[in-house]
Design a protein around this ligand. Structure first.
Ligand SMILES: [Zn+2]
Ligand SMILES: [Zn+2]
Length: 177
């Protein structure tokens, strides 16, 4: 979905409503399937603040996934808020990669691509059904929210490692070789 920013960039308006919805298929997110129960809603504006231009949106999703501890299905509603400066693509070479900037090309941005990117960056990498979910016993396999067992389990550190950090660690190890 291409968004035309011409009226904003030419100061013919201060604000363009960019709200829309899109269907997202399920995503394999670090080995966990995330399903979208309803269309992803994007609400927001492209706007001018003094002589700069910004894109401010809220992305609302309703997802179904599995609890990282007890593996039961969980549903969550998420709201992702973004605020980025709009700059022409000719400025791309002057900008640090981690700055909050969206580049427009011939007065247009691809709002669908932007929204999907923001969604992927901001999905929780690990979802739990409750903060105090007791999880599955790694010894007998019982759901410890339902019944307590008498197994002696010591939590292995490796299980708790953020998969993104694990990827980074592997990468560093490879780089050293
Ligand atoms: Zn759980
Ligand atoms: Zn057990």
């Amino acid at each position: 979905m291409k968004l035309d920013l011409t009226t904003l960039l030419k100061n013919e308006t201060d604000m363009i409503d960019v709200s829309f919805e899109f269907e997202e298929a399920e995503i394999d997110y670090y080995g966990e399937i995330i399903k979208f129960k309803e269309p992803v809603k994007v609400l927001g504006f492209a706007k001018r603040i003094s002589d700069q231009f910004f894109l401010e949106v809220e992305i609302k999703v309703s997802i179904t996934t599995h609890c990282a501890r007890c593996l039961q299905e969980v549903s969550k509603s998420l709201s992702i808020k973004t605020f980025d400066e709009l700059l022409p693509v000719s400025k791309e070479k002057d900008i640090e990669q981690d700055e909050n900037v969206v580049f427009y090309d011939s007065h247009h941005i691809d709002l669908l691509e932007y929204s999907r990117e923001q969604l992927l960056i901001n999905l929780p990498y690990k979802t739990v059904c409750h903060e105090d979910c007791a999880g599955i016993c790694t010894h007998c396999g019982g759901n410890r929210n339902v019944e307590s067992c008498s197994c002696d389990i010591t939590v292995a550190g490796e299980d708790e490692l953020d998969p993104r950090l694990a990827q980074l660690r592997d990468w560093f190890q490879k780089a050293k070789e």
